[in-house]
Write a protein that binds this ligand. Structure first.
Ligand code: PEP
Ligand code: MG
Length: 595
């Protein structure tokens, strides 16, 4: 969609600042900033039952005692440093010790626990924010230095209180706009689009999972915004324009009016698209194109049904391993899958086994695997599952059991070799036999086992892999990342991440033709499937199954219905003869504009 520029402003009276970044999830959010300060732990927030308040107070007292021990230890260590450094550090640690022994911070936290029944971590966070705000108002450089000491002590206390830290978005104003150095994919899994307007970050690329999650939650988002957190405080009015890639801080009244108008226009367009829910997804020349949903968690089933998705083309099971400190049991996994399979009411569901590693870290698996020096190329996805067969067995068992409740397929991520497929199949067979012996109800027949094609080598060996599996799912997000050697989550190279690079398109074409030759189904479940600009090209290459964020589905259906599949094929033939990205882009744009 074309966006008009915001109105000019009067520099003399205006406090408005416009920052730019990557437009990763379309839409406009307007709301109060909720700044997640880097360096400060984000903590669980809850009210303590009245009869546990005294215990909570003791928990806090224990955390302060532990902090005092830690600081004394550090002072002993510092004594061994050269004199000038030792003196400097001693002053600092003494100041910290004084704060943690008796200070406004400690007294304020104790009061918040006793009087407001806040849990200790939340009480520290709240008191800290209060003190920092007061100091900031004093505009004094000596006091600014003291604020840092108080912050450091607060962080130490929180670290002592929590084993693992999970973010929380529960104590925010309605429609708040989250501003943070980084939002991880696990963080996004905790965001409730009913409460959050949108978000912006300093770090993050356009095709990382954080961006994908923002799109699937329908949250406007701008990532990679340099200087985002400078001079920003929670409560300031923020506009996040996820379509143009802009963040406006303290917008002038005319700017606000402009963005409110855009919000209303976009809402009207969304309402118009809803007219397509009931109509079939067919091209003008009557070719059916199946549109399914990518989801991460069971609560997204409602959104998939709402847009009449024909099934779930990709369930990323790794999200059920995030934001928790233990690995979900087979039964827990089964319950999650059951919610999705039953929720989809007979429509097919493709269940992908764990794809952790790389940028998707699952806290549940935190200590089980040593950190990799190059995580994107390390022990992630199927490699990790085959190293730890008990994980894969529990996943397969849960999937087979869920398959008794509705049609499912099982999908393996990051497959590179026939050997991996054979190994996985052997494990699956073993699990089937075990469950049958125990007379547990499982899918009958055993669900199809498929491979994600998302490594360039796998795409080039697609013929060989097709002989060892039942279907392909093209993961264009990783395929682009690995073909072009562009980290999909790194804002610094985001402009080089290019789906239209001829190497990417050739791998997509090669894989599609290998699937057609082997007569196995193929779908595209990477973000290319949800990009309306590319629909004609994918259909022209012979692809008839697309799986995407639910928020893109109706827009793609609109595109499919405008298209002529035969004309799209002719255009794809011309495009596949090209080697220049700009020429490819213009051939696509011309075709799209003529629709
Ligand atoms: C992909 O790589 O295209 C894909 C769909 O998987 P994920 O985004 O989960 O890596
Ligand atoms: Mg992938």
């Amino acid at each position: 969609m074309r966006t008009e520029p915001p109105p000019r402003r009067d520099p003399a009276s205006s406090r408005e600042r416009v920052l730019t970044g990557l437009a990763v999830s379309p839409g406009v959010a307007i709301g109060p900033a909720h700044v997640i300060e880097s360096g400060l732990a984000r903590v669980p927030e809850y009210f303590v039952p009245p009869d546990e308040v005294a215990d909570e107070g003791r928990r806090f007292a224990d955390a302060t005692a532990k902090a005092r021990r830690q600081l004394r230890k550090l002072m002993n260590k510092a004594a061994g440093l050269p004199e000038s450094a030792a003196e400097e550090i001693r002053y600092l640690l003494e100041a910290h010790l004084a704060i943690v022994s008796d200070s406004r911070l400690v007294r304020g936290v104790a009061r918040r626990i006793a009087e407001h029944r806040l849990n200790a971590e939340w009480a520290v966070q709240a008191e800290l924010a209060f003190i920092v705000r007061q100091f900031a108002a004093m505009d004094d450089s000596y006091l600014a230095g003291r604020v840092q000491d108080i912050r450091d002590v607060g962080s130490r206390l929180i670290r002592n209180l929590v084993d693992r830290r999970y973010p929380t978005y529960s104590a925010m104003a309605p429609d708040a706009v989250v501003l943070a150095e980084e939002v991880t994919p696990a963080d996004t899994a905790l965001m409730d689009p009913e409460r959050i307007g949108g978000f912006a970050t300093v770090l993050g690329g356009a095709e990382g999972h954080t961006a994908i999650m923002a799109r699937s939650l329908g949250l406007p988002a701008v990532l990679g915004v340099a200087g985002l957190l400078h001079g920003i405080e929670s409560g300031q009015t923020i506009v996040v324009d996820g379509t143009a890639g802009q963040v406006v801080v303290d917008p002038d009244p005319a700017t606000l009016e402009h963005f409110r108008h855009r919000q209303a226009r976009m809402a009207a367009e969304r309402a118009q698209l809803r007219a397509l829910i009931a109509v079939p997804s067919v091209t003008r020349d009557h070719e059916a194109v199946h549109l399914q949903a990518n989801i991460d968690l069971p609560h997204e089933v409602a959104a998939a049904l709402d847009v009449a998705a024909e099934g779930v083309g990709l369930l990323r099971t790794e999200f059920s391993f995030m934001n928790r400190s233990d690995v979900p049991t087979e039964d827990e996994q089964f319950e999650t899958l059951r919610a999705v399979v039953e929720g989809m009411q007979g429509r097919p569901v493709t269940l992908r086994t764990l794809d952790v590693g790389g940028e998707k870290l699952a806290s549940a698996l935190g200590d089980r695997f040593p950190p990799s020096s190059n995580p994107a190329l390390g022990a992630r996805a199927i490699r990790l599952s085959l190293k730890e067969p008990s994980l894969l067995e529990a996943q397969f068992a849960a999937m087979l059991r869920a398959g008794a409740l509705g049609p499912v397929r099982i999908l393996l991520p990051m497959v590179a070799t026939q050997g991996q497929l054979r190994q996985a199949k052997a494990i699956l067979d073993r699990v089937v036999r075990r469950l049958e012996r125990r007379r547990v109800a499982i899918a009958d027949p055993v669900p199809p086992l498929g491979a994600m094609i998302e490594i360039p080598g796998a795409a080039l060996a697609a013929d060989a892999l097709a002989r060892e599996c039942d279907f392909f799912a093209l993961g264009t997000n990783d395929l682009i990342q690995y073909t072009l050697a562009i980290d999909r989550g790194d804002e610094q190279v985001a402009e080089l991440y290019e789906p239209l690079h001829p190497a990417v398109l050739r791998l997509v074409q090669f894989t599609t033709q290998a699937a057609l030759r082997a007569r196995i189904p193929l779908s595209v479940c990477g973000e290319m499937a949800g990009d309306a600009r590319l629909t004609a090209l994918l259909i022209g290459l012979g692809i008839r199954d697309l799986s995407m964020s639910t928020s893109s589905l109706l827009r793609i259906k609109q595109r499919v219905r405008q298209l002529d599949a035969l004309a799209a094929r002719r255009r794809a033939d011309v495009i596949m003869d090209q080697s220049d990205i700009a020429r490819i882009a213009s051939l696509i744009a011309d075709f799209n504009e003529a629709l």
